[in-house]
Design a protein around this ligand. Structure first.
Ligand SMILES: Nc1ncnc2c1ncn2[C@@H]1O[C@H](COP(=O)(O)OP(=O)(O)O)[C@@H](O)[C@H]1O
Ligand SMILES: O=C(CO)[C@@H](O)[C@@H](O)COP(=O)(O)O
Length: 555
């Protein structure tokens, strides 16, 4: 039998990428990236030019189709394989990235009557303008003693589906009324490929408060949020919910023509970027934490029992790998903080020097930051430039940097920011480890481990754990390609389970980052200081960040 292939398409924050993978060994035969033509829409609406509020982040649904139009034919062409040997396609996405669609699954923002209303657009995962709704939702859920709350670390995030929908109810009831379905972008793209709408259990579980045994929260709960939402489960949230790796349907003739694959190709149900990455590094059992490190970090871990962990994003049965409870936690900004510094905060001389040396500003700063020992900068930061996702679950928290002097150099600040994100990860690991979900090994994938060795050494030192790195530039896409192989099934040249697919296709690099004992000791001291600052600003001793944000809103 000829070699068989699948395509995984990873939808990130700024771009989407397709990877064509050999099913016999997981080799990435070709990849292609399509930057989203509209990028992240966080200043003004592309249609009317209307300015968006603080904390808004939207996207254009056609950008997702553009990724398929451009990147799928590009990987077929670059690989030179026979398209008939591509047996499946699957995608993974940022989440909760959601949109309202009409009865024909047309996004409301495509329709002239709605296109000038910002609430008709895709709300990206990092749209944080529903914090008020999230706060009220959490208070109501706690008051009612809702059983679901502990499964989400005690708080539902403003990033997740129900808070985002409630914001639409409050600010644009007409959009709410006109919406036939609220869908995750990952499920919407799959519906465009197959012509059928099916939800996936991963986003339903982590982002929409759905539970395998108990379903969604009760009508009474939704009614307590707003009477207009009472029947939302049977109406705007309806749809079959299928497990990861299930075949959602087959590629329609029209889409086959558009993207250059055969009609009838198996299409898997949607998935989330970080979750898809887990089998791609070979993790199919407990004790091994996977960090998907890019714009943000998602921390993924498998367990055998459902336990409560402060501030985790969620625990979902079969949510990552069937047969296990999948735990997720995260940091809302990591690479984004480094990017902010590079774009908004380095002096002109750094940019010029980097240009003269022919390296990126990130590289220039990293080479210099490497010369410092832990503690030597005298700086300490809180990594809350985009709020805190875990363990505090509060998007109203903001960044802090302590220890500036007149001699502070940009590379020292850069190093302090790298370290702050590592301390944030340590908080998450400690929360799991001390609550009965052990973390013995750490794996990293995503853009950051490929680009910044100093960052990875700092993470190994701060967490005092060896870190294994994915042997792939596009780990979530490879994971999606594995789920596509499962959707196609072994009778078609794919696999019967994700465990079988991971056994044959997953890869990590031989070299690892090992903790250096003297760095571990110094970082332990700095971590104690980080914890003091973290609790002081994050647990209510001093709510100055929130007061400042409120004043900013009035200004
Ligand atoms: N050399 C570098 N060191 C640290 N961060 C970097 C470096 N180069 C780029 N970045 C950061 O990587 C992030 C993008 O990560 P990537 O994994 O490619 O994207 P995504 O999260 O959208 O999938 C950006 O936020 C950028 O600031
Ligand atoms: O929240 C999740 C997954 O649950 C991510 O999609 C979100 O953090 C975005 O990830 P990226 O940083 O764009 O890889």
């Amino acid at each position: 039998m000829s070699r068989k292939y699948t395509i995984g398409v990873d939808y990130g924050t700024q771009s989407g990428r397709a990877v064509l993978v050999d099913l016999s060994n997981g080799a990435e035969i070709a990849d292609h990236v399509t930057p989203y033509p509209h990028g992240v829409i966080d200043e003004k609406l592309p249609t009317s030019g209307q300015m968006l509020g603080h904390d808004w982040a939207l996207q254009h649904p056609d950008d997702y189709i553009e990724v398929l139009r451009r990147s799928v034919p590009a990987v077929i062409k670059a690989s030179g394989i026979d398209v008939g040997d591509v047996i499946g396609l699957a995608i993974d996405f940022t989440a909760c990235t959601m949109l309202p669609v009409d009865e024909d699954r047309v996004p409301l923002c495509f329709k002239p009557e709605w296109q000038n209303n910002p609430h008709s657009w895709v709300k990206l995962w990092k749209h944080h303008a529903a914090q008020d709704e999230a706060d009220r939702l959490n208070a109501i859920a706690a008051e009612r003693g809702e059983k679901f709350l502990p499964r989400y670390g005690g708080k539902i995030s403003s990033e997740w589906m129900i808070a985002k929908i409630w914001q639409i109810v409050n600010e644009a009831p007409d959009v709410y009324e006109a919406t036939d379905l609220f869908t995750e972008a990952t499920d919407w793209v799959i519906s465009q490929l197959t012509g059928q709408f099916v939800r996936n259990s991963c986003t339903a579980g982590y982002k929409s408060i759905w539970h395998k045994q108990e379903g969604y929260p009760s009508r009474e709960f939704f009614k307590a949020l707003d009477p207009q939402m009472e029947n939302i489960v049977g109406t705007k949230l309806r749809g079959d919910i299928e497990a990861l790796g299930t075949k959602a349907g087959e590629l329609t003739a029209a889409m086959a023509e558009l993207i250059g694959l055969r009609a009838g190709t198996a299409i898997a149900v949607g998935n989330v970027d970080a979750h898809a990455a887990v089998p791609a590094v070979g993790v199919v059992g407990p004790g091994k934490l996977v960090m998907a490190m890019g714009t943000s970090i998602c921390h993924m871990l498998l367990g055998t029992a459902e336990v409560e962990v402060e501030g985790m994003c969620g625990v979902v049965e079969d949510g990552i790998i069937p047969g296990y409870l999948g735990y997720e936690a995260g940091q809302s900004a990591v690479g984004d903080i480094f990017e902010w510094f590079v774009e908004e905060s380095v002096p002109g001389y750094v940019k010029e020097a980097a240009e003269n040396d022919g390296v990126s500003v990130h590289q220039w700063l990293t080479e210099r930051a490497m010369q410092y020992k832990p503690g030597e900068t005298g700086l300490l930061a809180l990594d809350w430039w985009n709020g805190n996702r875990s363990v505090l679950v509060d998007t109203n928290l903001t960044g802090v940097l302590v220890g500036y002097t007149l001699l502070t150099k940009p590379e020292e600040v850069y190093r302090a920011l790298l370290e702050a994100t590592a301390f944030g990860t340590r908080k998450i690991i400690d929360a799991f480890h001390s609550n009965g979900v052990p973390v013995h090994e750490v794996y990293a994938c995503g853009g950051l481990p490929q680009r910044n060795g100093l960052l990875m050494q700092i993470y190994a030192d701060v967490t005092n754990r060896e870190i294994k790195i994915a042997d792939s530039k596009q780990t979530p896409a490879v994971g999606a390609a594995m789920f596509a192989a499962v959707a196609a099934g072994s009778s078609n040249g794919g696999y019967d389970s994700i465990v079988d697919a991971a056994g044959a296709m997953a890869r990590v690099r031989e070299e690892t980052y090992k903790p250096i004992p003297e760095n571990v000791a110094m970082y332990e001291k700095l971590y104690q200081e980080y914890t003091l600052l973290h609790d002081y600003f994050g647990r209510g001793t001093n709510d100055v960040m929130k007061r400042l944000k409120a004043l900013k809103g009035q200004g």
